[in-house]
Design a protein. Structure first.
Length: 178
Protein backbone atom coordinates (compact mmCIF):
# COMPACT_ATOMS: atom_id res chain seq x y z
CA UNK A 1 0.00 0.00 0.00
CA UNK A 2 1.55 3.38 -1.01
CA UNK A 3 1.56 5.01 2.40
CA UNK A 4 4.14 7.25 4.00
CA UNK A 5 4.33 7.12 7.79
CA UNK A 6 5.93 10.07 9.53
CA UNK A 7 6.91 10.44 13.16
CA UNK A 8 7.83 14.05 13.72
CA UNK A 9 9.34 16.18 16.43
CA UNK A 10 10.22 19.86 16.68
CA UNK A 11 13.42 19.35 14.71
CA UNK A 12 11.68 17.35 11.96
CA UNK A 13 10.96 19.30 8.79
CA UNK A 14 9.33 16.35 6.98
CA UNK A 15 5.81 16.93 8.30
CA UNK A 16 5.90 20.64 7.46
CA UNK A 17 7.18 19.83 3.97
CA UNK A 18 4.55 17.14 3.43
CA UNK A 19 1.72 19.45 4.53
CA UNK A 20 2.95 22.28 2.26
CA UNK A 21 3.46 19.95 -0.69
CA UNK A 22 0.04 18.33 -0.29
CA UNK A 23 -1.71 21.70 -0.06
CA UNK A 24 0.35 23.10 -2.93
CA UNK A 25 -0.53 20.17 -5.17
CA UNK A 26 -4.24 20.80 -4.54
CA UNK A 27 -3.86 24.44 -5.51
CA UNK A 28 -2.50 23.32 -8.90
CA UNK A 29 -5.36 20.93 -9.75
CA UNK A 30 -7.63 21.93 -12.63
CA UNK A 31 -11.17 22.74 -11.55
CA UNK A 32 -12.48 20.36 -14.23
CA UNK A 33 -11.26 17.48 -12.05
CA UNK A 34 -13.52 18.55 -9.17
CA UNK A 35 -15.30 15.48 -7.84
CA UNK A 36 -15.62 15.25 -4.06
CA UNK A 37 -15.21 17.85 -1.35
CA UNK A 38 -11.96 18.41 0.46
CA UNK A 39 -12.22 17.94 4.22
CA UNK A 40 -10.10 19.34 7.00
CA UNK A 41 -11.15 17.80 10.28
CA UNK A 42 -9.41 18.76 13.49
CA UNK A 43 -10.59 19.46 17.06
CA UNK A 44 -8.47 22.61 16.97
CA UNK A 45 -7.60 24.54 13.83
CA UNK A 46 -5.60 27.73 13.67
CA UNK A 47 -4.12 29.97 11.03
CA UNK A 48 -0.40 29.65 10.37
CA UNK A 49 2.00 30.46 7.56
CA UNK A 50 2.08 27.65 5.00
CA UNK A 51 4.32 29.25 2.36
CA UNK A 52 7.24 31.63 2.87
CA UNK A 53 6.64 33.88 -0.14
CA UNK A 54 9.38 36.47 0.41
CA UNK A 55 10.83 35.66 -3.00
CA UNK A 56 7.36 35.46 -4.62
CA UNK A 57 7.81 31.79 -5.50
CA UNK A 58 4.21 30.96 -4.54
CA UNK A 59 2.38 33.92 -6.14
CA UNK A 60 0.95 31.65 -8.85
CA UNK A 61 -0.54 29.22 -6.31
CA UNK A 62 -2.44 31.91 -4.41
CA UNK A 63 -2.76 34.90 -6.78
CA UNK A 64 -4.70 36.96 -4.22
CA UNK A 65 -1.52 36.99 -2.11
CA UNK A 66 0.81 38.15 -4.88
CA UNK A 67 3.66 40.05 -3.29
CA UNK A 68 2.72 39.07 0.28
CA UNK A 69 5.75 37.72 2.16
CA UNK A 70 3.65 35.04 3.88
CA UNK A 71 0.77 32.91 2.66
CA UNK A 72 -1.44 31.64 5.48
CA UNK A 73 -3.62 28.53 5.68
CA UNK A 74 -6.73 30.74 5.46
CA UNK A 75 -5.38 32.28 2.22
CA UNK A 76 -4.83 28.79 0.78
CA UNK A 77 -8.35 27.64 1.66
CA UNK A 78 -9.93 30.79 0.16
CA UNK A 79 -8.02 30.05 -3.05
CA UNK A 80 -8.75 26.32 -2.94
CA UNK A 81 -12.51 26.89 -2.69
CA UNK A 82 -12.35 28.44 -6.19
CA UNK A 83 -11.58 25.00 -7.62
CA UNK A 84 -12.98 22.58 -5.03
CA UNK A 85 -15.68 22.40 -2.41
CA UNK A 86 -13.90 22.79 0.94
CA UNK A 87 -15.38 21.67 4.26
CA UNK A 88 -13.82 22.27 7.66
CA UNK A 89 -15.02 20.50 10.81
CA UNK A 90 -13.74 21.50 14.23
CA UNK A 91 -14.78 21.89 17.84
CA UNK A 92 -16.31 25.16 18.98
CA UNK A 93 -13.15 26.46 20.69
CA UNK A 94 -11.73 29.97 20.86
CA UNK A 95 -8.89 28.95 18.54
CA UNK A 96 -11.25 27.48 15.93
CA UNK A 97 -13.65 30.45 16.16
CA UNK A 98 -10.73 32.82 15.51
CA UNK A 99 -9.68 30.75 12.48
CA UNK A 100 -13.22 30.66 11.07
CA UNK A 101 -13.45 34.41 11.64
CA UNK A 102 -10.19 34.97 9.79
CA UNK A 103 -11.47 32.85 6.91
CA UNK A 104 -14.45 35.18 6.62
CA UNK A 105 -18.14 34.41 6.29
CA UNK A 106 -18.04 35.02 2.53
CA UNK A 107 -14.97 32.89 1.83
CA UNK A 108 -16.99 30.04 0.33
CA UNK A 109 -15.32 27.58 2.70
CA UNK A 110 -18.02 25.58 4.49
CA UNK A 111 -17.43 25.34 8.23
CA UNK A 112 -19.19 23.40 10.96
CA UNK A 113 -18.67 22.81 14.64
CA UNK A 114 -18.81 19.28 15.98
CA UNK A 115 -19.50 18.47 19.60
CA UNK A 116 -16.73 18.27 22.17
CA UNK A 117 -16.22 14.55 21.59
CA UNK A 118 -14.59 15.24 18.18
CA UNK A 119 -11.06 13.93 18.24
CA UNK A 120 -10.53 12.83 14.61
CA UNK A 121 -7.88 14.56 12.60
CA UNK A 122 -7.48 14.38 8.87
CA UNK A 123 -6.96 16.15 5.58
CA UNK A 124 -9.01 14.25 3.00
CA UNK A 125 -9.08 14.86 -0.74
CA UNK A 126 -9.94 12.73 -3.78
CA UNK A 127 -6.18 12.43 -4.37
CA UNK A 128 -4.74 11.74 -0.92
CA UNK A 129 -5.60 11.29 2.75
CA UNK A 130 -3.40 12.59 5.56
CA UNK A 131 -4.45 11.30 8.97
CA UNK A 132 -2.97 10.77 12.39
CA UNK A 133 -2.41 12.63 15.63
CA UNK A 134 -1.77 16.09 14.15
CA UNK A 135 -4.17 18.95 14.82
CA UNK A 136 -4.28 21.47 11.98
CA UNK A 137 -2.56 24.18 14.01
CA UNK A 138 0.83 25.83 14.04
CA UNK A 139 1.85 23.60 16.96
CA UNK A 140 0.53 20.46 15.26
CA UNK A 141 2.43 21.09 12.03
CA UNK A 142 5.57 22.76 13.43
CA UNK A 143 6.19 21.88 17.07
CA UNK A 144 4.46 18.83 18.54
CA UNK A 145 5.73 15.30 18.15
CA UNK A 146 3.16 13.75 15.83
CA UNK A 147 2.54 10.53 13.96
CA UNK A 148 0.76 10.87 10.62
CA UNK A 149 0.17 8.65 7.61
CA UNK A 150 -0.09 9.94 4.06
CA UNK A 151 -2.05 7.70 1.69
CA UNK A 152 -1.94 8.41 -2.05
CA UNK A 153 -2.06 6.61 -5.36
CA UNK A 154 -4.38 4.31 -7.27
CA UNK A 155 -3.48 1.15 -5.37
CA UNK A 156 -6.70 -0.67 -4.45
CA UNK A 157 -5.99 -0.46 -0.72
CA UNK A 158 -5.46 3.33 -0.90
CA UNK A 159 -8.58 3.85 -2.99
CA UNK A 160 -10.54 1.80 -0.44
CA UNK A 161 -9.06 3.75 2.51
CA UNK A 162 -9.92 7.09 0.90
CA UNK A 163 -13.42 5.81 0.11
CA UNK A 164 -13.97 4.74 3.74
CA UNK A 165 -12.66 8.07 4.97
CA UNK A 166 -15.18 9.85 2.72
CA UNK A 167 -18.00 7.77 4.16
CA UNK A 168 -16.97 8.66 7.71
CA UNK A 169 -16.32 12.35 7.12
CA UNK A 170 -19.52 12.76 5.08
CA UNK A 171 -21.33 11.15 8.03
CA UNK A 172 -19.57 13.48 10.48
CA UNK A 173 -20.49 16.45 8.29
CA UNK A 174 -24.16 15.47 8.24
CA UNK A 175 -24.17 14.90 12.02
CA UNK A 176 -22.91 18.40 12.69
CA UNK A 177 -25.87 19.99 10.86
CA UNK A 178 -25.61 23.41 9.28
Amino acid sequence: MPTLDLWSNAANWQLRTLFRSALGSLLMVDSASKSKPIYLCSPWISDFVVFDNRFRGFDALVPTCTGNPRIWLSDCLRQLVKIHEVRVVSRNTEVSRQFFGRLGANSGVETRYANDSLHEKGFLTPYFYLDGSMNVTYSGVHINAEKVAYHAGDDAAVVERIGRAYLELNRRWEQTGS
